[in-house]
Design a binder for this molecule. Structure first.
Ligand code: KIV
Ligand code: ZN
Length: 398
């Protein structure tokens, strides 16, 4: 492991799509796959070929229309799944079969009714079969973080010997912490030297049940992972997967800390989030990092004053960096005179000190009663003689 390039494996169309309110038609998946290609993701997990005819069709369609990223299909460690994945991917320029098998006793005993020895045998057989059908094979010991460590590592060793080119260790139920998750990557690399020696890529796949998915993914990177599995807007099973936009922004904004490169075009983050929001049944919450409506909005007077003096006071990245048109200074009951004057200037009204003071009192009284203050409300607050003297102005912030 020496590369400083982090591969972005987007699973919006697989793990994301399998969560409530997120199912997509083939056409919608194709629209999203084009957006992901424009965003610069390295790999698109387009679906789970065996899951349904729709998933198979979507994967096959995407392989023929989207050429830059590698296209992956998920498969259980079963012959019919792996062969189906290979068929769905047959027209891809670059394909990946992603085989998974649970490694935790909980999953083996209750879900799969499989003993440990059988699971190890199945791992070797299924990875070998996948490698006979594709050059690029990823293996995931599902529920890795709740598995007996020695057993999980044995499973990974067998997958490596059978020819897996990427090993993904999922925190399937979002249980791990950054320190623990990072340590797991370190330990696997130490105990299986072939991973670094043969350039096998280690990958993170984190769920957000404790709100730690992005932190855990970053910890994995700091401990040798060079692929992150993530989704747009963090959609995915239960509380979702690690949010792609948050990992990409963190790696860029804190490049001094992480020292990693990616091929993500940051200015496409917001447009891609919007495309997804129009396809599925919900949008990111307003306070969602990077792409939420409030991520670049300021209402408090102190913050607005600081922003007008120098945006660096309260923003660690420009909205333009992630494709958001501009910062919004939202006028509400927490706003101060500076923001009110600024907005009125933008609307074409210059007020002297007394006029501003008078208008400000009326504005605060209105803001106490009304959640959203629109420009026409502001104009309505102005004394007549000012309203008649409108001029043209343009400004950066609004
Ligand atoms: O969360 C998980 O364990 C998964 C695997 C199929 C990789 O999604
Ligand atoms: Zn998952």
């Amino acid at each position: 492991m020496s590369s400083d390039h982090v591969v972005f494996f987007d699973t919006t169309l697989r793990d994301g799509e399998q969560s409530p309110g997120c199912s997509m038609t083939t056409q919608e998946k194709l629209t999203m796959a084009h957006a992901l290609e424009d965003l610069g993701v390295d790999i698109i997990e387009a679906g789970f070929a065996m899951a349904s005819e729709g998933d198979f069709a979507a994967i096959a369609t995407i392989t023929q229309a989207v050429r830059k990223p590698r296209i992956a299909s998920l498969a259980r460690a079963r012959t019919e799944d792996i062969e189906m994945a290979a068929r769905a991917l047959q027209f891809a320029d670059r394909a990946r079969i992603h085989v998974f098998l649970a490694s935790s006793d909980l999953h083996l005993e209750y879900k799969l009714k499989l003993g440990r020895a059988e699971a190890l045998e199945l791992t070797g057989e299924s990875v070998r079969l996948a490698r006979s059908l594709a050059d690029d094979v990823e293996f995931s010991p599902e529920d890795a973080t709740r598995s007996d460590r020695d057993f999980m590592i044995e499973m990974v060793r067998i997958a490596v010997e059978a020819g897996a080119t990427t090993i993904n260790m999922p925190d399937t139920v979002g249980y791990s912490t950054p320190e623990e998750y990072g340590q797991m990557f370190r330990e696997v690399r130490e105990r299986i030297p072939a991973i670094d020696a043969q350039g096998i890529v280690l990958s993170s796949h984190c769920h957000d049940d404790l709100g730690l998915a992005v932190a855990n993914s970053l910890a994995a990177i700091q401990n040798g992972a060079r692929q992150v599995e993530c989704t747009i807007n963090g959609i995915g099973e239960r509380a979702g997967n690690a949010a792609l936009e948050e990992i990409a922004a963190a790696l860029y904004v804190r490049g001094d800390h992480f020292g990693m490169r990616t091929s993500i075009k940051l200015e496409q983050l917001y447009p891609t989030s919007q495309v997804l929001g129009q396809i599925i049944t919900f949008k990111p919450s307003p306070n969602k990092a990077v792409v939420g409506d409030n991520a670049f909005a300021h209402e408090s007077g102190i913050h607005q004053h600081g922003m007008l003096a120098n945006p660096l006071c309260y923003e660690i990245m420009t909205p333009a960096l992630v494709g958001v048109a501009k910062t919004h200074l939202v006028l509400g009951k927490h706003s101060g005179r500076a923001a009110l004057r600024h907005r009125l200037e933008q609307l074409g009204f210059t007020l002297n000190r007394d006029e501003l003071q008078h208008t400000y009192y009326r504005f605060v009284a209105l803001a106490d009663r009304k959640k959203n203050i629109y420009d026409q409300d502001l104009v309505g607050l102005l004394p007549d003689q000012i309203r008649e003297h409108r001029h043209e102005t343009v400004s950066e912030l609004d």
